[in-house]
Ligand binder design. Structure first.
Ligand code: 26Q
Length: 754
């Protein structure tokens, strides 16, 4: 049946009135049902090996538009809605956004699912059904407050299944209940699935904040994504979550093998398991254990596991590499202890190097080491990141397992991050080069031939203006702030972390503020936009949010500065915000300390939407710079080599930089009476003190060059023709960063699914 006839039927059955008379919520639920039905009709791709993508996070965002596009009815549905007095955008407002991820790693997993489906490859996600997500961020009294972020509704995207698996925790056994979300593929007639495991009796949301009984795993195991891990109960709960996810996932794999009549002795010929960072690493001993139960010898079981599983590393920050005391594993899953000890014994017998142990002399388990020993592939997520892994962080491993190490530069799905979020730019590209780029993003390269076409260049500028006006409306509506779409939109949106250096951006804001106070005015007003959640227990990150919000308040109330400089912080930055902010961005801030950002993926989305990057030579910025050339990106800052060296010989001393003339003035402003009057002196002083004496991520090292380059960029912006060329080249060269390309490479080099 034509979708339109079916939609009419659904509306008639449910509401007994015509579409035009329905409420937005009714239209949303009817479209949800239609989408679910169409997806359910699609079979899974049927090729050789099947991939299971294990991840603690899937930051999927709203699904309606994305799924309509994949089902090939996006344009028709939009038109139909408009004929009946609605817009798809306003219908999508009805959809809650699940916050099932922190940031990059979780969003990458979501882009990968989208691309796997679009390429017709058999690949399902395996994760957890967190009821209250990460948390909902409120900004009150210039501080972040956290509340539960419920997203599960009576009628939503989750499909119940009758699949359950027992997961044994010491003396108590919990059933893992499987819920599915359909992942229909664009360009195919097939669909994959995201499997989210849940407890049988999930608890209601805490009523005030995100505190709950972390010991009550039977009810709270799937309440939140990151229970605060600053105390032992929180860390233990994290291990419970991880084991629950991997045990259920491993049992699912064996069940599906059984159903296909495949013997577990042949598992690795039929199954590929990708481990997204170390969070799912316990799948290695758990799958081994299950294979032993089925009669395989330890040799055979480890062989199957090590030839099915592959590991992706997403970080070089030592503090983010997971290590769990064996005593935790003993408490959560004692059945894994003898297996991990055996894995460690075998690894040590071949590689006695103490830097390569799975279990160290303190009886702590190094998850990444277990992964590298017992998988057949270890990949980094951008060229520079993989190089750094090989030459410094994981060097002892790369030296002996060079054949396992490989790079897979991240990518993003252009369906969500260009076609859906920036339809005007997408159709301009169609007009210029045809629509084949929608299937094959590498075709975007052809758009570069229009770099001297004045009509196309001015269309680029018009589209950016339009998107900026749209963002201005959203900001007015959601936060009641009025911004000037004629001003330069300079945007830094990402998780709050010291290495990402939002604090350095804030120092620039202070410098501009002081300049304006001294009568040095910019050529054009600047709107500096931030969006970031801080981990609830990450004190310094919260201080940085506080600084930004105090600066915002100061500038808003200063009639001399406000016409020239604005600071906006979006509340509860998430995927939906990103879809509004990225198309409206002039300057993309990607200013991490070189060597610290594994890749970044926001940088790619901004680039595709014609923003110009202001960035360090870090992560995938390096590859962006190579692609667009020096005229089309603004880079600055110490190189990763220099930074790594400074760490090695402890040669960075922030005082040397603090004592430079204006740096001191700007840093000291953090604790000036003006700012302290607006904020919490203890927080501001702690931040100021840290910056002067520690500055672990070297903001003061780079702040002068950052300021100079950012000012040059602002002045270059005034040559609108030259600027529009930069925009066009950024879009044209962004095709490499399609996650379709990334997934094709994973498949070709690692998974071999077809
Ligand atoms: C570890 C131990 C205990 C508690 C939490 C964690 C933890 C949680 C989340 C460690 C890391 C994460 C998330 C990491 C992440 O998002 N990494 C980002 O991955 C992106 C996709 O590859 C990259 O683009 C980013 O550069 C990288 O920061």
């Amino acid at each position: 049946m034509e979708f339109q006839a079916r939609l009419n039927e659904i509306i008639k059955e449910r509401y007994r009135k015509p579409l035009a008379k329905c409420t937005k919520a009714q239209v949303y639920h009817a479209l949800l049902q239609l989408t679910q039905e169409l997806s359910a009709q699609r079979p899974a791709p049927d090729t050789g090996r099947k991939l299971y993508y294990f991840s603690a996070e899937f930051l999927i965002g709203k699904l309606l538009s994305n799924n309509l596009l994949a089902l090939g009815i996006f344009d028709q549905v939009s038109a139909l809605l408009e004929k009946n007095g609605f817009t798809l955008a306003e219908i999508e407002e009805q959809e809650p956004e699940p916050s099932l991820g922190n940031g990059g790693l979780g969003r990458l997993a979501a882009c990968f699912l989208d691309s796997l489906a679009a390429l017709g490859l058999p690949g399902d996600g395996v994760g957890l059904n967190y009821h209250y997500g990460l948390f909902h961020q409120y900004l009150r009294n210039n501080k972040q407050e956290e509340q539960p972020d419920p997203w599960i509704e009576e009628q939503g995207w989750l499909i119940p299944t009758d699949v359950t698996f027992p997961v044994q925790f010491g003396s108590q056994t919990l059933n893992a209940v499987m819920w599915d979300i359909a992942v229909p593929g664009a360009n195919t007639q097939t669909a994959n699935r995201l499997h989210l495991f849940d407890v049988e009796k999930p608890a209601a949301a805490p009523t005030d904040g995100i505190d709950f009984d972390k010991g009550d795993i039977a009810h709270h195991l799937t309440s939140f994504l990151y229970p605060d891990d600053s105390d032992e109960a929180g860390r233990l709960l994290r291990v419970y979550q991880q084991y629950f996810m991997v045990s259920a996932g491993a049992q699912l794999i064996l069940k599906e093998l059984d159903e296909k009549g495949i013997s577990p002795w042949n598992l690795c010929d039929h199954v590929a398991i990708q481990i997204n960072d170390t969070h799912p690493s316990m799948v290695l001993p758990e799958l081994t254990r299950l294979l032993l139960e089925r009669g395989l010898s330890m040799n055979d079981a480890l062989h199957q596991v090590a030839h099915a599983c592959a590991y992706t590393n997403h970080t070089i920050l030592a503090e983010a590499l997971e290590k769990w005391p064996m005593s935790y594993i003993e408490r959560v899953a004692p059945q894994l202890v003898p297996i991990i000890r055996e894995m460690d014994r075998r690894a040590k017998s071949v590689f006695p190097d103490p830097r390569m142990v799975i279990i160290d002399h303190k009886d702590v388990v190094h998850m990444a080491h277990m992964d590298i020993h017992y998988t057949y592939s270890t990949n980094g997520v951008a060229a520079l990141h993989t190089e750094i892994l090989k030459t410094s962080e994981l060097k002892p491993f790369a030296d002996v397992y060079s054949y396992k190490f490989n790079n897979k530069t991240n990518g993003v799905t252009f369906r969500r991050w260009l076609e859906v979020c920036n339809p005007r730019l997408a159709s301009l590209i169609d007009d210029c080069i045809g629509s084949e780029w929608r299937r094959d993003a590498s075709q975007l390269e052809n758009f570069a031939t229009f770099v001297r076409d004045p009509k196309v260049l001015s269309a680029m500028l018009d589209i950016k203006d339009y998107n900026k006006q749209q963002l201005a409306k959203v900001l007015k509506q959601r936060q009641n702030v009025e911004v000037d779409p004629q001003s330069i939109f300079d945007i830094q949106v990402k998780r709050l972390h010291e290495y990402k250096r939002q604090q350095m951006n804030a120092l620039y804001v202070i410098k501009k503020y002081l300049d304006i106070k001294n009568g040095i005015l910019p050529t054009r007003p600047i709107t500096v936009i931030f969006g970031a959640k801080a981990a609830p227990a990450y004190v310094m990150a919260k201080h940085i949010i506080h600084l930004i919000l105090c600066l915002r308040q100061l500038i808003e109330s200063d009639p001399q500065v406000r016409p020239w400089l604005r600071v906006v912080m979006v509340e509860n930055y998430n995927v939906s915000w990103a879809e509004k902010l990225i198309p409206a961005c002039d300057i993309s801030e990607q200013i991490s300390l070189a060597s610290k950002e594994a890749s970044g993926t926001g940088n790619m989305k901004f680039m595709a939407n014609g923003a110009v990057t202001l960035g360090t030579m870090d992560g995938a910025n390096v590859e962006i710079a190579q692609l667009v050339g020096r005229d089309n990106i603004y880079t600055f800052g110490a190189s990763s080599d220099r930074v790594i060296q400074m760490y090695a010989n402890h040669s960075y001393h922030p005082q040397e930089f603090y004592n430079r003339p204006w740096v001191k003035e700007v840093v000291d402003f953090i604790v000036s009476p003006t700012l302290v009057a607006l904020g919490d002196e203890t927080c501001l002083r702690a931040l100021w003190n840290d910056m002067k004496t520690k500055d672990w991520f070297m903001a003061l090292l780079d702040v002068e060059e950052y300021t100079a380059v950012r000012n040059r960029l602002l002045s270059d912006y005034e040559d609108r023709t030259e600027w529009s060329k930069k925009m066009l080249i950024n879009t044209a060269k962004s095709g490499f960063f399609s996650s379709d390309r990334t997934i094709a490479q994973y498949n070709h080099d690692i998974w071999h699914l077809d």
